[in-house]
Design a protein around this ligand. Structure first.
Ligand SMILES: NC(=O)c1ccc[n+]([C@@H]2O[C@H](COP(=O)([O-])OP(=O)(O)OC[C@H]3O[C@@H](n4cnc5c(N)ncnc54)[C@H](O)[C@@H]3O)[C@@H](O)[C@H]2O)c1
Length: 453
């Protein structure tokens, strides 16, 4: 099929590359010229395992191309996917500006029948708005072109996006038109050869399903984080409790890891948008409000624990940070817990030595003054970050931080103190090596003679 994908972000790029890989002819439209230039040169602008190679291969084969001009993208397209951002507005609602601008542009440009499919995460009723805007444009031009708008929310996870797209748990298709539904089912056939994982529903139900999924996952995380806080007071290790409950298939093992809060481009903004939708419908959301409040609190816990550990004297302390991206496998820093910690530490006068396998450039761009003054040192070497540190904080659980050389770290650090924001280390291993260990919702383990500055 001939496809157009509008927006070359995490979702658009993965969608374009994967559909091209299956033999479709894909034109991807991106309006950011810098990003576009990189893509046209065959450079992948984001860190996503496997994406770079896939893009290069599809560009070389001619199955995929990039353009700034939407008219080129849709000129021949049978299906046009909208994959532009829907960031939070100040009131928490989803900003539909990019999506609706695309709808207006399509109304001005379409000259032949086209199935428009929205992949962006949008509130219930947006498909109808998009369809109305396109039709207004067509009408103004005196054209009678058949246009159907469907909802196909994306469920990929950054860090495993290609795999998720190629082998989806499910494909949600919200479409009222049987011909359009059949076309989309055909397009997705190669991705669901072994199991029928295509779920058909109305566009409104599809739009709501995406928010429901993210809100549920965020709820699991905030739930376990709330219990972790209680565990800490009762001298119980949340890790043992996690294992104790995760073995129950009704609960499951996923998303019940206590930690320093969720971030990213989806959970925080989608929970906010769902709350906003509920407010507009005059419907109370006690659970979602609590999920959000717990997460905001959770992001401050590591700083609070450091302050307590240093007896209130943070100024001049050297803190090593491992992991800055909001999760492993990506360079995405949107709403990352690491940023809350960095800002609190810098404001309190600490010196921060931070590392990450993919997100250093993004952090340097966010804090140019702190970097220039040396208050924030960024390095690709985790051991370098621990040198002279009064504490080491694990924020993002990249694989490369899972089994460090503890004796080496012990020799490098000024004080052998570890704050484990993701509970990936074994306190029973660290304390005999002379480390003081703090987890999230776990008893403090080990001893370290620390004096307040
Ligand atoms: N990132 C994820 O993991 C993920 C997963 C599932 C769903 N989503 C949803 O998918 C949507 C896109 O997310 P993302 O993370 O890929 O966003 P993104 O911000 O990374 O990318 C959006 C891209 O669209 C481009 N763009 C905006 N307006 C355009 C226009 N008129 N023409 C051409 N290009 C345009 C931007 O320049 C940008 O490169 C959002 O609604 C998001 O909530 C994201």
């Amino acid at each position: 099929m001939r496809l157009c994908v509008i927006g070359a972000g995490y979702v658009g790029l993965v969608t374009a590359a994967c559909f091209a890989e299956m033999g479709n002819q894909v034109v991807c439209v991106e309006r950011d010229r810098q990003r576009l230039a990189r893509l046209q040169r065959g450079e992948c602008p984001i860190h996503e395992p496997g994406l770079d190679a896939l893009l290069k291969a599809q560009l070389a084969s001619g199955q995929l191309s990039f353009t700034e001009a939407l008219e080129n993208g849709v000129a021949q397209a049978d299906v046009a996917f909208i994959a532009v951002g829907t960031p939070s507005q100040e009131d928490g609602s989803a900003d539909l500006g990019h999506v609706l601008a695309v709808a207006d542009a399509l109304g001005q440009l379409l000259v032949r029948p086209c199935l428009v499919v929205n992949k962006s995460t949008v509130p219930v009723g947006t498909c109808e708005q998009v369809a109305w805007r396109i039709l207004q444009g067509l009408k103004a031009r005196g054209l009678k072109v058949s246009v159907t708008v469907a909802s196909n929310p994306e469920f990929l996870k950054e860090g495993s996006a290609i795999d998720d797209f190629m082998r989806p748990d499910r494909i949600v298709l919200g479409c009222d038109d049987p011909h359009a539904t059949a076309l989309l089912q055909r397009l997705y056939t190669p991705f669901v050869r072994n199991h029928d994982r295509v779920l058909l529903m109305t566009p409104r139900a599809a739009e709501f399903s995406k928010y429901a999924a993210n809100a549920f996952l965020a709820t699991k995380i905030s739930f376990i984080n709330e219990l972790a806080g209680l565990c800490a007071r009762l001298d119980v290790d949340i890790e043992q409790v996690r294992r104790g409950i995760g073995s129950d298939t009704r609960i499951g093992t996923h998303f019940i890891y206590a930690g320093c809060g969720y971030g990213g481009s989806c959970f925080p903004k989608d929970v906010r948008a769902l709350i906003h939708t509920a407010r507009a419908a005059d419907y109370p959301t006690a659970i979602l409000d609590a999920v959000q409040a717990r997460n905001a609190l959770q992001k401050t816990l590591l700083f609070q624990a450091l302050v307590q550990h240093f007896g209130g004297f943070v100024q001049g302390r050297v803190v090593g940070l491992w992991g800055l991206a909001f999760k492993p496998g990506t360079d995405d820093l949107r709403e990352a817990p690491s940023l809350v910690l960095i800002e609190a530490l810098l404001a309190a006068g600490a010196r921060v030595q931070a590392t990450d396998p993919a997100a250093l450039e993004g952090v340097a761009q966010r804090y140019p003054e702190a970097v220039a003054s040396g208050r924030l040192r960024l390095s690709g070497n985790p051991y370098g970050c621990a040198e002279g540190a009064d504490a080491l904080v694990l924020v993002t659980e990249w694989k490369q931080y899972r089994q460090p050389d503890w004796p080496r770290l012990r020799g490098l650090m000024r004080m052998p103190v570890v704050f484990d924001g993701r509970n990936i280390y074994d306190p029973g291993e660290l304390s005999p090596l002379g480390f003081l260990y703090h987890g999230i919702g776990r008893p403090v383990a080990g001893h370290c003679k620390v004096t307040a500055a």
